[in-house]
Every structure is written in C-alpha cells, then in structure tokens.
Design a protein around this ligand. Structure first.
Ligand code: PGA
Length: 247
C-alpha cells in the first residue's frame, strides 16, 4: 500500500512564538486543501502555541530522546511531543549527526521510541560531500538504511528522508538521474529487508527544496514527498510547494 505524498517543514532553530502563531493561522488559510499531508516541525518550545491552531496540517518534533523519561537535562521524550500535538518526529537529521555525534544506533533507538509513543518517525539519511566525491554514496546510504531504520512489520508507519548533506542549505540539488537512482535504491533495499511491509515506507527528498524546483523533484520516480528547511520559513513558499504536492 503506497501512502499519499508528504511535505515536511523543518524550521530548525528559527522564529518567535508570535511568528509561530501567525504562521499557523496563515497556513490554515493558504493550504490548498486536504492538507493533512503537510507536517510543520517548529522548535519544540512553540508547539503548545501552534497546537490549537493546527488545522489542515500536522505537527512534528525535530528530535526526541530514545528513553521515555529520566535524568536527561534539556531533552524531550517522544511521548512529550505527542502530548504537545505532534504526530511525527524527525530523527537523525544530519545536523544532529554532525553537531551532536549521533550514531546510526542512536537514531534507530530514537525511531523505535517514536513508534512506541505512537509518533511516525522521519528518519534522515544522506551522504556527505567527501563521501560522494569518493564514490561512496551507495555504500553510505545502504549502511544508514541498515543501521538507522528499526525493524518494520505490517502497519508500521515510517518515513525516510534522503537528504544529501551537501545539498542542505546550499542551493545545490542532485541531478534528476542521481535523485531517481538514490530513491530507487533505498526502496529496493527496504523491500529486500522488510518485504511487503516496506511498501508503506515513504522516501522523501530534502536539501534546497524551494517553490521553483519542488514540482520537478516531486515528479521524480520514487520521491514520495519533500523535507523543506529554509524555504519552509515563509508561508508563501510553503503554500507553493504544498500545491506542487497536490495537498
Ligand atoms: P534546506 O534544509 O531546505 O534549507 O536545504 C533541509 C533540511 O535540512 O532538512
């Protein structure tokens, strides 16, 4: 069973509470309709402001801790995000892997914690520029799928975001044949590992997606949606990308 395409907005550490509230109100007005497939991931501190305004879109966290509770200063559990209205959570973003030293095993534990709390994990994978230059893209992606994605059975809702690290925030994107090849490989690897249960896994593309290139990216076979950083901070570009999605 293939699921509808998804658009995920990752605000990272941007905005104010007032921005979050006005953004949510504008999104509810501007989304082209049937927008349940749009997910906004603001900083966790703004979720409570956005929760009552989340109409026509869903909320997600940008990270969660693998444990359900405990002495982990500064962290949020998946259940806490759920209580704040989240249905999704991004795990293993390359900025978390790079600046917080997150390993595949930790990312997988976070994805498992998300599933246990009833959230859909969005597991990020992607090669760095030097790995790409050394011809290691395929090996890196298959290692990350292997070590960051928890076991899947029928009914497990999980999304993967392929985000080449060199494409994030740079304005660069893969060629359409590279994009197609990467997505097909990820889908094939998931199928080899999980069989028919892998059909429910969406593979999004992320990295310099904007209103101008979203439609072309979304047409690429194997691309089941987009994860948008910088361009998601403006309601107008979000609405334009969402309309390419047919949301
Ligand atoms: P970008 O970020 O759209 O600004 O390139 C994407 C991401 O980091 O998820």
């Amino acid at each position: 069973m293939t699921r509808p395409k998804l658009m995920v907005a990752n605000w990272k550490m941007h905005g104010t509470r007032a921005d979050a509230r006005s953004y949510a109100q504008a999104m509810a007005r501007m989304l082209p309709g049937g927008g349940a497939r749009v997910v906004i991931c603001p900083p966790a501190g703004f979720l409570a402001d956005m929760q009552p305004l989340a109409e026509g879109f869903s909320l997600g966290g940008q990270d969660c801790h693998p444990e359900p509770s405990g002495a982990y200063t500064g962290e949020h559990s998946a259940a806490m995000l759920k209580e704040l209205g989240c249905e999704y959570v991004i795990v293993g973003h390359s900025e978390r892997r790079q600046y917080h030293g997150e390993t595949g095993a930790l990312v997988r534990a976070k994805a498992e914690a998300a599933l246990a709390a009833g959230l859909e994990p969005i597991v990020c994978i992607g090669e760095r520029l030097e790995e790409r230059r050394q011809g290691q893209t395929e090996a890196v992606l298959s290692r990350q799928v292997e070590n960051s994605v928890p076991p899947l059975t029928f009914g497990t809702n999980l999304t993967i975001a392929y985000e080449p690290v060199w494409a994030i925030g740079t304005g660069l994107t893969p060629t359409s044949s590279d994009l197609h090849a990467a997505h097909e490989r990820i889908h094939r690897q998931l199928h080899a590992r999980f069989g028919e249960a892998a059909r429910a896994v969406r593979v999004l593309y992320g990295g310099s997606v904007k209103a101008e290139n979203a439609a072309e990216i979304l047409r690429s076979p194997g691309v089941d949606g987009v994860l948008v950083g910088g361009a998601s901070l403006k309601v107008e570009s979000m609405a334009a990308i969402a309309s390419s999605l047919g949301a």
